[in-house]
Design a protein around this ligand. Structure first.
Ligand code: SF4
Ligand code: SF4
Length: 340
């Protein structure tokens, strides 16, 4: 079984991390079956967030009896120390635990530091002193914030979108974390659905011994796929390497990752899917995206107010309104049978 050492946290675990965002969408009992199966098959790190509605509660329900054998990473979106403490106390209670293994700032627009007016980093240090958290982490979608966090030396882990479709600068972040002995938690390891063969994603991750992919898992069948790689890890060679190189070439340039950080849209446009519809209809089963419901969502692009909010919020610097228009045009051509 492949293992990961999460930098100076000295957390040393199975290569499969469990991303507990999608279990919000299934019942408590279904979530418990999946979480328990993951644990029984060696998965040891479970990543959640205060913002993921009942995800922490479901982790508690499924895994409280094995708490000392697992690692829990959760996150706070607090913008000040008071809210930080409220979030931390709520997470501890909801998770039914006395400590969080890695407590992470959840995608802050800046890198919290000691002495900051927000008081966030000082609160982290105090929480660590009190034994309520064991390690300090940060998650982000912005390259510059991530770089600053690494250079600051203040963080034990970084969580960042990372896959074989990542840009060279994003891949460099993983190398920099290694140099600083930081753990790297890879979110969106399937690039928000654009990578449709998980074996390829796993093979890529296996090249990095300090990178833990946090697979977002909602169905038992998805879990089974990842578990199967523990016995037979796909290698970055031969046909696998060729396919990855082909995909990476196809995704050169700017594309929407589907992160949703530009939302909500005042015109009600579902930007995180509509701005990458051209890719979705070609990478996934296109019939899934040509139905009336999706057509309706795409038509909403016509209501764009050109307010520019989405462009300003996109951490990838995309011209989002323009991208939406391009995707809408392409989508209409596909519907009319002129393209695919
Ligand atoms: S520019 Fe258009 S798509 Fe972007 S937030 Fe404004 S209304 Fe929504
Ligand atoms: S446009 Fe940017 S912020 Fe919005 S979903 Fe796509 S990548 Fe994320």
């Amino acid at each position: 079984m492949d293992k990961v050492r999460l930098g100076r946290t000295e957390i040393y675990i199975n290569k499969n991390g469990f991303g507990a965002l999608p279990i919000q969408r299934v019942s408590k009992e279904e979530a418990a079956v999946i979480l328990r199966k993951a644990y029984d098959n060696g998965v040891r790190l479970f990543d959640t967030a205060r913002a993921y509605t009942d995800s922490e509660e479901k982790l508690n329900y499924a895994l409280s009896d094995v708490r000392e054998h697992i690692y829990i990473t959760t996150k706070t979106m607090a913008e000040n120390a008071d809210d930080f403490w409220k979030d931390l106390e709520t997470s501890l209670k909801t998770l039914g635990t006395g400590y969080i293994d890695v407590y992470q700032f959840h995608n802050p627009p800046f890198c919290p530091k000691p002495g900051g007016k927000d008081g966030l980093y000082d609160a982290m240090l105090e929480a660590k002193r009190q034994g309520k958290i064991r390690h300090i982490g940060i998650t982000n979608h912005r390259l510059l914030v991530a770089q600053e966090a690494i250079e600051s030396g203040l963080y034990d882990t970084l969580q960042f979108p990372f896959s074989y479709l990542s840009s060279d600068n994003e891949k460099k972040l993983a190398e920099q974390c290694k140099e600083k002995d930081m753990g790297f938690l890879a979110m969106k390891a399937l690039a928000g659905g654009l990578i449709n063969k998980s074996a390829l994603a796993y093979a890529f991750m296996n090249e990095y011994d300090h990178v833990l992919p946090i697979w977002g898992i909602q169905r038992e069948s998805e879990l089974d796929e990842f578990l199967s790689y523990q016995e037979n890890p796909p290698k970055l060679e031969g046909e696998t390497a060729a396919q990855i190189a082909k995909d990476a070439k196809a995704f050169q340039g700017e594309f929407c990752r589907g992160c949703g950080y530009c939302m909500p849209c005042p015109a009600g446009i579902e930007i995180n899917n509509c701005a990458r519809m051209s890719l979705l209809i070609r990478r996934a089963v296109s019939a899934n995206f040509l139905n009336e419901e999706t057509q309706e969502k795409m038509r909403k692009i016509e209501d764009c107010l050109e307010c520019g909010q989405c462009r300003a919020k996109c951490p990838y610097g995309l011209d989002t309104p323009e991208l939406l228009k391009k995707n809408y045009k392409d989508y209409q051509e596909v519907l009319e049978g002129k393209a695919i």
